[in-house]
Write a protein that binds this ligand. Structure first.
Ligand code: KIV
Length: 280
């Protein structure tokens, strides 16, 4: 049995004023690397639809895709908390369906908790899942699964009325039993107010420095793509160009017959090949 970071450990971090480090993680090799780097929460976000599977949005992501990637992340880690996203329409149609799908992410996927998007209007569903023993992280502010309703990837909570709605959403999720809440793309002052009002941790992405933790998308942080860098992302490496350069060097060496050399080849023992040639 793995000894993983639990939701109790994450909540205790807020009490101690110790920031929670969360990062999206979609496969076995990155789970190993992120865990070695000390990330607390490996999060299989439904952003995998966009950054790994090449969809235009998170809407097409299925439960099977989430399960496939969750299992790989679990296999690549042993101490980090593994959090799996509930994809679009896996929890909206009915509370029973939501519970069954949340349960699959734990039973089949091996995650320790699930995340779903929405505030007041999903709080009954959150309570239903939590009452069944499944820890739930909420997610408010910019909620990409509602992109067709929101009308674009925009900062949320900018008017007084919208800010009050988000405070109400956060408090409804806490009362429903959520153990933490992602605040995505909300003004920093609003995120700080929500963080102070809640006893559970807030995890920010584009929500300023005063949340109890931060989450970033693997591909943004490591600079895998050049086409779009969100304002909230900081690049700590430029792995995309490094990968292209490395593969270009490999391709050149293959074309110029400089790879493989004797060092990367297996050679027969003395006389073995000439003996074999006689038999053949
Ligand atoms: O799916 C995801 O990666 C997310 C983060 C942006 C918080 O929900």
């Amino acid at each position: 049995m793995d000894n993983r970071i639990s939701i109790t450990d994450l909540k205790a971090k807020k009490q101690r004023g110790e920031p929670i480090v969360m990062m999206t993680c979609y496969d076995y090799p990155s789970a190993r690397l992120l865990e070695d780097a000390g990330v607390d929460v490996l999060f299989i976000g439904d952003t995998l639809g966009m950054v790994v599977l090449g969809y235009d949005s998170t809407i097409p992501v299925t439960m099977d895709e989430m399960l496939h990637h969750t299992k790989a992340v679990v296999r690549g880690s042993s101490c980090a908390h593994v959090l799996a996203d509930m994809p679009f329409l896996s929890y909206q149609a009915s509370r029973d369906e939501a519970l069954r799908n949340a349960g699959r992410l734990l039973k089949e996927g091996g995650a320790q908790s699930v995340k779903l998007e929405g505030g007041v209007h999903v709080s009954d569903t959150v309570r239903f899942i939590v009452d069944a023993g499944i820890p739930v992280m909420g997610h408010i502010g910019l909620t990409p699964q509602s992109i067709n309703q929101i009308g674009g990837y925009k900062v949320q909570g900018k008017t007084p009325a919208a800010a009050v709605r988000l405070i109400n959403d956060a408090e409804a999720l806490e009362q429903a039993g959520a153990y933490a809440i992602v605040l995505e793309c909300v003004p920093a002052q609003l995120a700080a107010t929500i963080t102070e009002r809640l006893t559970i941790p807030t995890i920010g992405i584009g929500a300023g420095p005063r949340c109890d933790g931060q989450v970033q998308v693997f591909h943004d942080l490591l600079g895998l793509f050049d086409d779009f860098v969100p304002k909230h992302a900081k690049r700590y490496a430029a792995l995309g160009p490094q990968i292209t350069e490395a593969v270009r060097a490999y391709a050149t060496e293959v074309r110029e017959r400089r790879f493989p050399t004797e060092k990367e080849s297996f050679l027969s023992g003395n006389g073995v090949f000439s003996e074999a040639a006689k038999i053949a």
